[in-house]
Structure formats: C-alpha cells, structure tokens
Design a protein around this ligand. Sequence first.
Ligand code: ANZ
Ligand code: ZN
Length: 855
Amino acid sequence: MAKYNPNVVEKKWQEFWAKNKTFEAKESNKKKYYVLEMLPYPSGNLHMGHIRNYTIGDVIARYKRMCGFDVLHPMGWDAFGLPAENAAREKNTHPAKWTYSNIENMKQELKQMGFSYDWDREVTTCKPEYYKWEQWLFIQMFKKNMAYKKLSYVNWCEDCQTVLAAEQVEKGCCWRCNSKVKQKELSQWFFKITDYADDLLLHCDKLEGWPQEVLTMQKNWIGKSIGASIKFQIQDREEEIEVFTTRPDTIFGATFMCIAPEHHLTSVLSKNNDNVKKFVEKIIEQSRASRDVEQLEKEGMFLDAYCINPITKKKLPIYVANFVLMEYGTGALMGVPAHDQRDFDFAQKYNIEKIAVISPDGKEVDADTLEEAYSDDGILINSQNFNGLQNREAIEKICDYFEKEKIGKKTFNFKLKDWGISRQRYWGTPIPIIYCDKCGIVPEDEKNLPVVLPEDAVLSETNPLLDIDYFKKAKCPKCGNENAKRETDTMDTFVESSWYFLRYCSPNYNEGMLNSDEVNHWAPIDQYIGGVEHAVMHLLYARYFTRVLKDMGFVNFKEPFTNLLTQGMITKETFECPNCRYLFPEEVVKKGDKYICQKCGIEVVVGKKTKMSKSKKNVVSPKELTKQYGADTIRLFCLFASPPHKTLIWNEDGIEGQSRFINRVWNLIEKYRDDIDSEEVYKGDSDKLNSWSLELYQKINLTIKKVTSDIEKFSFNTAISSIMELVNFIYLIPDGEKETQETQVIKLAIETIVLLLSPIIPHFAEESWKLLGKESVTTDEKWPTFFKDAIKTDEHTLVIQVNGKVRAKLTIDSNLNEETIKELALNNVNVQKFIEGKEIKKTILVQKKLINIVI
Ligand code: ANZ
Ligand code: ZN
C-alpha cells in the first residue's frame, strides 16, 4: 500500500493551481463572497499567528467556493514602516531591498501553505503604483479641508526620531523601542476623523457581525461625553475661562479652577513667573498618555488669580495642574472636590475647600468628613433653587438656566482626536505637498503623481529625505517658482492599510484610485479576519476612510467589514537556561520529563505558557514544521487545537496526532478503493440497508449537517471531530463480502469525508479525489448536502431519577428501545453512587422524558 507523502503531493498541487490560476476571482451572475485576512508586515518570515489567521480565511474561501459563490480572496503586503529602516541600517542594506526580499520569501511560505489567493491581485503598499493613489486621495482631502496642517504638541520618541500616535504610546513609552516618550511642538498633518466621530459611534450598534468587545473598544476610543460648557469670568480682567463638564449639576460645589499647562492663560496669568514656567516645562515634556492615568500624582500651582463662579458668584482660585489635558474639552475644568476623585486628591494636597452638593438621600453632608469623593447619583443640596432635585434631572434644569443667562450651554465632547499622520521617517509615502514662499502650502499637481520616494537615500538617525536636494527642491505648481520646497514628512503607515482592501477589487486600475463598479461589486468585505490588537486603530481608520470615499462618490457603502472575526493568540511555554537565558525550542532536548540546554548541558527552567514572541524565543518555525509534516497537517492542527477566537496552546503532540489522522483517512481510501471503484454511490433510494450500513448512512448525513453548521459558526474544531468520528465508524465495519448497497454506502461515506475535508486539507483532498478516479475536488465539486429523511436519529434529554430525586441528565438518541435506556441509566456513574449495593425494585420510563429507578 502506497504511503502518503505530503511534501510531494503538496508541491504538485500548488504548482498545478498556480499554473491554472485556479483561484482567480471572477465576476459572474453568481453571488459574491469577499473573504479577507489582515495583510502582513513583511518582516522576514511567517509566524504561527499568520498561519492560524490565514488558515481560517482559507477554509472559509474554499468552503464558500464549493457552496457556489464567486469568491474574492486576495493577499498583499503592508510594506512601509520603521522596522525596514532599522533592519536596513543594522544589516547595511536598503529598506526597499530588505522589504522586497522578505516579500519574496514570505510569499513562498504562503504558497507552501496552499492558501487559495488570487495572486494576480497582490497589492504591495510601498510600490509607487499603489501609493500614487494615496497621494492623490490626500490631495482631494486637502482640497476639502479634510487634511490640514497645524502646530501641535506631539508624542515624540527621541530614539526613533519620530512622532507617535496616542495609540502607539504604551504606558508613556514608545511601542517599538520602549524608550520614554516626550512632548514636542511640531507642525503636523492631520486627517479630520473627528468630522465622522458621531457617525462612527452611531454605527457601532449596527455592526451585528462584529465581536462585542471590539465594538466596546471602538466606542470607548471615540469616547463621547455629554455635558456643558460654562464660562467663568476672571477677576479684574477681561478674559473668561471656559470649562467643559459632564456634571453641570455639581456647579454649586465648584471651589477652584484648573487649567492645562499648555493653556494660553497659564503664561498670561502667571506673568511669566519663573516657578510656574519651570513647572509648566516639566509637565509639558511628559507624554500625554502618562498624564491621562488615574494613578497620576496630582500636581499644580496656584496662579495668584481668581475667577467667579457664574452661578454662586463665589471667588475661585485658579491653578495650573498636570492632570488637565489641553487636547480635551477646553483645556480647563472646574474643580468639584466633593464629587470628583481627582479634584478631591488635588484639594487635599493644596488645602482647598470642599462643598458637598449631592447626597444619597438629600440630607446635609459635612464635606470635611468625606474620605473620598461621592460620585454617585443623588439629591441636590447646597444648591439654592435646585435643592431637592434628583441630580440627573438637575443637569437638564441647570443647563436650561445657563442657556437663559448666557453663561453656558449644553455640549458634548469626544476623546477621539484628529488623526496625526506626519512621520519624520524615510520609509513611507511622501506627503504630496509643496511649500512656496509666495503661495504658501500648495498640493502637488496631480499629473506629477506619484511623488516617488527616492530609493537612493543614505539612511541615518533622522529623516534622510532632509539631505536629498533633488527631492526637497520643487517647483511650485501654482506660480512656477523653482525654489519651492517639498514636504519631507511621510505618512503614517496606517494610511496604507486604511484602503488596501478596496484596491484589491481593481488592483491594476490605472485611471483612478478605485474602479467603482468593481469595488461596489465585491465590497464590502463579507468576512474580515485578524488580530484583536487592531481593534481600534486599523479598524477605526478603515471605517473612516471608507466614509470619506463614500462621500466622494467612489463606493456605495460606508462600513467596509460586514463580519469580523478576531482570532486568539498562540501561546507556548518558555525555556530558560540559567546560563544561556531564553532558548528556542530547537535548542533544548527532552530527557525523560526534563529539558536540557543543548548549549551547556544543564537543565532548563520551563516557564509559563505565554504569547509566542521572538523576545522570549517561545516560537516555532512554521517553515520547519511544514517541511516535517506538510502544510495540511499544520492547517489541521491550527483549526483543531481550539476555536479561532480562543487562545491556541501550542502542543507538538497535537501535530503528531493530526498527521496520524490524515494517514488514517489515506489508508481507508486505499483499503476500499478497488471495491468502491466499480460501484455507484448510494443514492438513499433503498430501505433494505442492514443495521451497520443504515447506521453509516445516517451518520454520513448527520456529519454533513454538523460540519456545515459548524463551519458557518467557525467552529472548526468540532467540525473536524465529527469527521473523525465518521472515519472511526468506517474502521469498525466488519471485513468480508459486502452487498452491493453496502459498498455503495461506503463509497458515499468515503467521498463525503474527502469533500468535507477539502477546504481544510486541500492538497490531501485533491490527491485523494484523483485516487478515487475523479477530476478535481477544488474546482469541480459542490459542498455536500444532507437528506433530512436520513437523519431519523433525533435526540432528547433524559432525566434520571433515583427514588424520585434527579441524579443525572443524559442526551440520548430518541430511537433507543426501553432496554437500552434502562441500561444507560443504571450504568451512569452518578446514578451508581446512589444505587450501589441496593436492590432495584422497579424502573419507570416516561418516554422522551425521564426514567425513575426505585430502590
Ligand atoms: C466638574 C465635575 C464634577 C466633573 C464631577 C466630573 C465629576 P469625561 O467623562 O471623561 O468626558 N475635564 C474636563 N476637561 C478636562 C481636561 N481638559 N483634562 C482633564 N479633565 C477634564 O470627563 C469629563 C470631566 O473631566 C469633566 O467633568 C471635568 O470634570 C474633567 F463631580 O467637571 B468634570
Ligand atoms: Zn508658488
């Protein structure tokens, strides 16, 4: 019997599929299905996270094709970004060279996994033919004031010499190099995403195909607060301070005013007092993120000035304080220490008066006895005319009063800020802007696009574009001035990934950014799959860009991703040698139940299972595994080990098991191949089947039903289990002469197994199908359907009682006879505890409900 050789078989079909362009997406009158996985950053090699993500997508793509859809399943490269620059400097090469060679390598690895991509649609974001359209869109956005430049404080990483988005600052440090992030004032380009804040928020509730946790993260990120803005007159001065508050009901409890260090009134009021200046400078250096945490030690300085509470006319001292953020609201707040914890901490520290204005029951409260702020709802006290009101009601009434007296108004505020896209880096899309002494900021002439990134830059710590004269020098498109200067900032790489999924629909279109007909045919994406780490940035920016493009008339939808699946991470134990630190799995050998360091021979410490990461070396190489077991086994393992959204715990034994299963199916086919070859496949037209073939026929239909509904739910592990059960069942069939119909049922069983496995282990299925004397399971076959009539074995829950008390519940086949049910009940472990050693007087069976054992 021929042994199954995955490497030979897989190579053969991969070449065949490539040659025949088997997975080309074509438009026809069939229904379309667009399945997409997040595109990788070409860092060098695929890691297991990629493999898991892309296997899930591939099963869906292949399954949908078999279900009769026109499937679009593309792949591309998120190819701009800082790591290329760093790697290039380290390895003394060029980012382009490094990137393109990584792409070549990773593309090869993807092909070896048998993923059914339409490679003719490959998109590489660092290629001028791609970013040309990004520049073009930038210009359209600039003309519509959706892209603008402003001076602002930015998160600055000194080590990377670049601006970081708020999301790229983690605990006050750079997400890439982990060094401390500082604030720096720079003139930056922004996209006006805030114009769409309300719409992006509103539609979160309409994305029914998205995981709730992602929607919650998006909502929190957009962070809409409803409240009021109120003006406080500064004593003996012209100016007013405007604050934003979500709690206008607490205005009678305001005892101080706080403004941000960056607030223009800070220097005005302090009259350039040196101490204040020093304080402000110190705070401004700190990153915004580090100032926006609850645990922040509150610090401030009295500015020797007062303002007037517009409703109580009380004199409030004005402070500058570190916890007030310039970018939020108006950059100023009214301090209500009795009801806001931050204000409470601040007031404690600087000895500021507290006034309680809300209490749980409307009774008087001595604010000096409070141990923390009271931030719950309650009844207003110490609030003149508003006393006795429930505080939520009071918000309305107080706002009405403000509006009448013209001291404030109802308003709202978003946490979401405009998207700063300027990066002082080389390896990115050049911003197509020219600065002219006469005309100011002028967009590049569209016919000069793309503004090509010079490929001969000499890399340095800072942006090398600053040193390339022919790039920097530009002609003003408006007045022809030859001495204009080109923008040297490049765009955040999240800009590229905000629209690549639309470009796949018309990847080679030259007349414009998108061919609307094709985009509107294929998109929105029916199923998007990727890591949950992209829950806010990428997914929010993509939703934003789609809205911009809709408003420009390019697409007829505003939500790009109808269904979203976020996959769980992959974890593995770490190996740490006391001498050599972390070790790769291939650097240790197993001896008994111990692991030994191959370098120095001593026992290594086996650490907790944590997310696979290069830094802890708890990674496995997909390339090696593929070589050893074949792609199908790896695919099967990734799907079988756990449901897609859950953590996958890496386990080498699991791979062995999957490899054995594939061989088991192969051997089964070999065993029955000749017998079934000359027979028809069973059509379900006879009721003369004997007991095992009848049971097998039912099982086939049940399996089809289960696998289909499991795949629709992405429950691949349970789908695979049911196929395994069917395989096991066939192994139990007694050897020897068989009747024609029995052989026909076996034939049906074997063909069904191959069909059901084909999206999961496509190479194996294709080879098996040939072996069964057929053409192509990938291109010719439909997904199997089941016959309802064949599934007579419905199930129900059986309650087992002992002397009338419920002792167990069992799901059983409704067609079992009384004897069998009795036997099942008596043998149940839990029931046994109660009947052991007792005499059984009788059993009473209430059909389809319960059985009572009387002892
Ligand atoms: C008075 C007050 C009383 C407040 C009270 C809260 C509770 P969210 O809900 O996150 O939108 N605030 C306003 N501007 C600020 C700024 N630039 N930096 C830091 N904090 C600022 O937060 C709104 C609340 O945060 C506002 O409501 C204000 O404090 C503070 F019992 O005003 B509140
Ligand atoms: Zn000009």
